[in-house]
Design a protein around this ligand. Sequence first.
Ligand code: SF4
Length: 401
Amino acid sequence: MKSINLPEILAPAGSLDKLKVAVLYGANAVYVGGQKFGLRTAAENFTLDELREGISFAHERGAKVYVVLNSFLHDKDLSELPQFVSFLSEIGTDAVIVSDLGVVRTVKEFSNIPVHISTQASTLNSQSAKLWKKAGADRIVLGREVSVKEAGKIKREAGIEIEMFIHGSMCMAYSGHCVISNFTQGRDSNRGGCAHSCRFEYSIEGLDTPEKKKAYFMSSKDLEGLRVLPQFIEEGIDSLKIEGRMKSHLYAGTMTKVYSEALDFFKENGNFLSDDLLRWESELKKVSHRSYTEASLVNKAGADSIFNERENSAEAEWQMVGTVVEANPESGIVLEVRNAFNQGDHLEMIPFKGENIQITANEIMDLSMRAIQRTKPTTLVRLPFVDGVKKMHLVRQRIKA
Ligand code: SF4
């Protein structure tokens, strides 16, 4: 079988904990935000110390860290950027993700950090990719309107690394060209404040049918590209990005694990044809999501990619109950509880690779070895040891049938 160049799996890390989860569950690279210059002001974001620690944690395990600097900046915002860029260079940042030419110029002037052009720049064609390359870009994160086939052509013609989104929430607009949030909420979507106004219910004046008067007609379904993986590989796409720095630990771990396992399977077998495909799809559905769409990865996204429902209809059937902080055959499992569960509940442990481990919480103890019936969030509890369970494994529970 000819050797296959697999794309990297690039996972979101909204916090240091999530970075660790994503790396342990198989991410080849993660993207994170500092306290400034990114597009997710509501995410926890990394302090300088956390950036340093996160990069060393990832590098020790062979993963890369990209830092987002993709806000659109005014002159007054630029003054602190050189200092931050020098710091990123000193701590070994593997790349920065940038939308603004002024930021590209500053990064080039104050460091040798590779530059990735953000999807916010809406690069959709090879001429644009060539110009970014000339300006010093090493990689382009294409606009989500480009198909995988078009992306392959852009890569060949421009001779530059290409990254595409494979999973996560979508914009109804070209990313970076939407100002609904600015006008309706006073929050600038191009400077980190998007209020997700496209998810709201809107009414259309002039339509007389009641069911059309109020609708969520600007809310997109979520992107899911599992079955498109062979095409990404065939077109030589370099990096597959999972959206969602604001999403949960469970999301970061589950999505990263599914796509990494699928790529590993492809590497070994040259295809995805296995029962695992159904298992991977069922895993993707266990995390809170709107209905899935392949958006424009293969064919142009149409009306069937609209999620015409209230956001809370996308609630998860499963919730995270905690993280394993210790697993020892003698002393058992210590779990940091995130959401309460009861004695006798059925729990699912998610290993870094392979099938989930099922347990029933017949015995729950506190750390003084007193039996408890119901756990409390943010406490530590002890469960009997189960083979295969390791520190940092995530644990979840079904909450809806
Ligand atoms: S309001 Fe919606 S479409 Fe606009 S930037 Fe935010 S997520 Fe994207």
